[in-house]
Design a protein around this ligand. Structure first.
Ligand code: KG4
Ligand code: ZN
Length: 335
């Protein structure tokens, strides 16, 4: 039988990424052109700069992926592209590149939700078994997603204010760490002790929603109060305390939801899934939780990439999902 090759394109934020995935599982090429250096001095992603970089990079990155894969466009079964959510001007570059390739080579087009991509990064590691639960933690999202089958996404809990990654980035900024702050806080936390008392937002009994803005404010207040009193706070201890608070809530709610929904697998997804503290806390928790398999992608598949978009595209293509040339960037797309 003929192999299936899906070309994935992801430009929703600050990475211009193109990948080719074979038969839904195997990464043949995975190119990520990061713009982090250009955004660093602004302390966050500048949308206009992101778009300009995507325009400059997209053709080069597509060509590089095809070269690495040693394939012709006639070998590609479908083009999967992130249609949203994300920065509209950034998404547009990927969507238009995908439409141009689709038109020029007569290749079917499949629009993919960015979060579906993050979840399907796990399928590059292990076949999915349903029902499953995915904890999606990124710079823009914090969600618990229940899946009964491929392509079915039920958001059972989400953040009511900041995303987990956003809280990491803001706390890092308070500690005068560069953007993106998550990896820096993670590194500090590993050598600090969680001895500073910070809040945990459990919300109403039984709720799977999250809230991180109170925690973020508590960290900022702790730093300001110490400054005013002329005291020195250990950044390591503060990072460890903040991280412990985030992890406690994420892990407790994930374990409870996994039980309530009797899932076979728990998948970790999104940029914050790269967090070492979170990974080991979940591993500890689910090691003892027999019957539930925990899947955690390698770091390179947690942060934005196009292999995850191709992996989701493979499944959606097989399910018969197609987009036409009216496909547009949708910054507020629902899962
Ligand atoms: O998924 P992603 O690459 O982009 C979005 O779709 O948002 O996630 C980026 C987020 C940033 O907020 C970054 O600080 C965070 O993921 N992040 C981390 C770590 N590595 C990246 N947060 C905590 N610990 C990390 N090791
Ligand atoms: Zn992402």
């Amino acid at each position: 039988e003929k192999n299936q090759y899906i070309l994935g394109i992801e430009t929703s934020c600050d990475e211009t990424a193109v990948a080719i995935v074979k038969d839904g599982h195997e990464i043949i090429a995975n190119i990520v052109a990061s713009q982090i250096e250009s955004h660093k001095r602004f302390g966050g992603v500048v949308p206009e700069i992101a778009s300009r970089h995507h325009v400059e990079q997209i053709t080069i990155v597509i060509e590089e992926a095809m070269r690495v894969a040693e394939l012709q466009f006639s070998d590609i079964d479908a083009i999967a592209v992130t249609e949203g959510p994300g920065l509209v001007g950034a998404l547009l570059i990927g969507v238009n590149a995908a439409k141009a390739l689709s038109f020029a080579h007569g290749i079917p087009l499949v629009g993919i939700h960015h979060i579906a991509g993050h979840i399907y990064a796990n399928r590059l590691i292990k076949e999915m078994e349903f029902p499953l639960l995915s904890l999606v933690v990124s710079g823009g999202h914090t969600e618990l997603v229940y899946m009964k089958e491929h392509g079915h996404f039920e958001v059972i809990g989400e953040t009511r204010d900041d995303a987990a990654g956003e809280a990491y980035d803001k706390v890092a900024r308070t500690l005068k760490m560069p953007y993106p702050g998550g990896p820096h806080i993670d590194r500090l936390a590993a050598v600090g002790s969680p001895i500073i008392d910070l809040p945990r937002a459990w919300l109403e009994e039984g709720s799977y929603d999250f809230s991180f803005s109170g925690l973020k404010s508590a960290v900022i207040n702790t730093v300001h109060n110490a400054e005013q009193r002329g005291e020195v706070i250990s950044p390591e201890d503060l990072a460890a305390s903040f991280q412990q608070s985030v992890i406690d809530v994420l892990v407790t709610k994930t374990v409870r939801a996994a039980k309530q929904y009797s899932v076979k697998q728990v998948l970790l997804a999104g940029g914050v899934a790269a967090n070492k503290g979170l990974r080991s806390a979940l591993e500890r928790e689910f090691a003892a939780n027999e019957g539930v398999e925990l899947i955690i992608p390698p770091l390179s598949l947690c942060t934005d990439n196009a292999a995850m978009i191709a992996a989701a595209g493979s499944v959606m293509y097989e399910k018969g999902q197609r987009s036409d040339f009216t496909l547009n960037a949708n910054p507020g797309l629902d899962l």
